[in-house]
Design a binder for this molecule. Structure first.
Ligand code: HEC
Length: 129
């Protein structure tokens, strides 16, 4: 009983410390930065989809690698234009993208064609970079 109370009190103190650390910007409890969690919460699926399917060629922050930089580039594109590029390799200016850029309609995300909701989440994530 007493041990449980002490444990609970310690747990509460740890939470209070990390909240205090976050609020004041001081990492008192040595916890991982709360900001990362908040950012991931803003567009969790888009970020995860990008990391799993695109980052290998376009860079972890879409800064460009084997594939071109996407940060900034796709911001003004409509969702339809973005979907055309990702699903079928067609750029908004009419270019057919080089074969190295997968056609995700057939390549799929994890084996199945991307859903409109996934494409919107992915586009939203990229527009925020
Ligand atoms: C195997 C490597 C590879 C992967 C994986 C890949 N891409 Fe690409 N991507 C490329 C290359 C290379 C190009 C440039 C093609 C060209 O210029 O003809 C490209 C071009 C593009 C373009 C057009 C850019 C422009 O110049 O207008 C977009 C948009 C794009 N990729 C988005 C994505 C997204 C979103 C994903 C993940 C769902 C992805 N790509 C995954 C290699 C890749």
């Amino acid at each position: 009983m007493r041990a449980a109370f002490v444990g609970a009190a310690f747990g509460f103190a740890a939470v209070a410390l990390s909240v205090l650390g976050y609020v004041t910007g001081v990492n008192v409890a040595g916890s991982p930065p709360a900001v990362t969690v908040l950012q991931a919460g803003a567009a969790p699926r888009g970020a995860a989809l990008f990391a799993a399917n695109c980052a290998g060629c376009h860079g972890a922050a879409a800064q460009g690698a084997v594939g071109p930089k996407l940060a900034g580039l796709v911001r003004p594109w409509t969702d339809t234009a973005f979907a055309d590029a990702v699903l079928d390799g067609r750029a908004p200016d009419g270019r057919t993208l080089a074969a190295m850029m997968p056609h995700f309609r057939t390549a799929g995300f994890d084996g199945s064609a991307p859903t409109p909701a996934q494409l919107t989440a992915l586009h939203a994530y990229l527009k925020g970079l």
